[in-house]
Ligand binder design. Structure first.
Ligand SMILES: [Fe+2]
Length: 413
């Protein structure tokens, strides 16, 4: 997106080649911005070193939108001369220039970090308030945020908290800009999820190193996040191949969470249980349609192939660290308490706890759902069938008892 404007804020004065030493006096003491200090680290902001190729703001766009909130948002792309390519610090990103959002209510304060980061080859966006920052993050998806603590209306802590609470923005690293020895701000910053801290005045090398490291980490995290999403998509596609199951996975996720909370499992265990709801049968992607969708009974040989789905699922998810807690569910959700299940014929508490918990939820949902070959059983009927299976030795009697209590409480029966 190219957004043009006639923005002539203080930052432009610097980046368009004015001698910064002439401007440093305009920076108030509150901001403690050290252009002179920055020069001490060989940052020359003279015209020879830094040429503003484009100054783009979204102000004009904001005007068109007649939404005053965007009036204060400033976006720009800055590049150094071709001859200065050797000072680029962000070439590791293969030409995909990372975008940094600088948030500070003082334009003069933003000026230093904008200039330094532009020198490193980053695309810079600026916001002059917390509210503007939240809007701009949603709009432009930055790779990192440099965030001032003290701002009117919405301070940096609240901005950070909101971003970290939001599934869409939680992976964006946030660096708080604090005064030296501001211990209180650092502690508060950690509480709201800050990824790092920088003190003013900036050390150019430190700023560059921290920003580069966090952006790299963010991109790795994103790749992982994308990999997880791909797995969930595959799981959904598999579910849709089998028209008999309907929204089986979604129901498993909801019931799994409720039963996990009833059992007072940890937050991570509940998350694994929910993920198990989506992913437990992901290995069915490797089962041929003529077996997976066969209407009649499976032959022994076909059953042998069908049972492979737990091993295929484990192999699919194994490379992802985040799947470690889900893999026992995937591999062992067809084991039986008496050792007559598969794939490992585990007995009793050899079966991982979460696999036992998941299995009982899975069976209950299958029983209470209508399928072409059977009606939907009532909760009581389903519980009595699972109780029969427990008598046969297939289920954990204690867990079965807790599950029955949970269902009776949930449905007031
Ligand atoms: Fe299965």
């Amino acid at each position: 997106m190219v957004l043009k404007s006639n923005y002539t804020g203080s930052t432009e004065v610097v980046t368009s080649g004015s001698n910064p030493s002439n401007k440093s006096s305009s920076i108030d003491s509150n901001n403690a911005v050290g252009l002179q200090k920055a020069q001490g680290y060989s940052v020359s902001l003279s015209k020879q070193d830094l040429i503003l190729e484009k100054v783009e703001t979204i102000s004009s766009w904001a005007n068109q939108k007649t939404d005053s909130i965007y009036e204060s948002l400033v976006s720009r792309t800055q590049q150094v001369e071709e001859s200065q390519v050797d000072i680029f610090q962000v070439d590791i990103f293969n030409g995909d220039k990372p975008k940094v959002l600088v948030v500070d209510d003082h334009a003069a304060s933003r000026m230093t970090s904008v200039a330094l980061l532009a020198m490193e080859g980053y695309e810079i966006i600026e916001a002059d308030s917390g509210i503007s920052a939240i809007e701009l993050v949603a709009y432009s998806s930055p790779d990192l945020i440099l965030l001032d603590v003290m701002m009117p209306e919405m301070d940096g802590f609240e901005v950070c908290q909101r971003l970290k609470d939001n599934e869409q923005t939680r992976l964006i690293p946030v660096i708080f800009i604090t005064a030296l020895n501001d211990r209180h701000s650092r502690i508060r910053g950690i509480e709201v999820g800050a990824d790092d801290f920088l003190t003013k005045p900036f050390d150019r090398l430190e700023l560059a190193a921290r920003v580069k490291s966090l952006v790299r980490q963010k991109r790795l995290n994103e790749d992982l996040d994308h990999a997880e999403k791909v797995l969930f998509s595959i799981a959904r596609a598999i579910e849709s191949r089998d028209p008999n199951t309907g929204d089986h996975c979604e129901r498993l996720v909801q019931l799994g969470r409720a039963f996990g909370e009833y059992l007072q499992l940890s937050r991570h265990q509940i998350r694994d249980l929910m993920w198990g709801g989506y992913l437990h049968d992901i290995g069915k992607v490797g089962i041929p349609d003529n077996i997976l969708l066969k209407q009649g009974k499976l032959t022994d040989q076909e059953w042998e192939i069908m049972r492979q789905h737990v091993l295929i699922g484990e192999r699919i998810c194994h490379p992802l660290r985040s799947m470690r807690g889900v893999i026992p569910i995937i591999r062992h959700h067809h084991e039986r308490w008496d050792g007559s299940g598969y794939p490992d014929k585990l007995k009793g508490d050899e079966i991982p706890e979460l696999a036992q918990v998941f299995q009982i939820v899975d069976i209950y949902d299958a029983l209470t759902s209508e399928r072409p070959y059977k009606k939907a059983y009532t909760p009581e009927e389903a519980l009595s069938i699972i109780a029969e299976e427990t008598v046969k030795g297939w289920r954990n009697p204690q867990l079965m008892e807790k599950f029955a209590q949970f269902i009776r409480q949930r449905y007031q029966i």
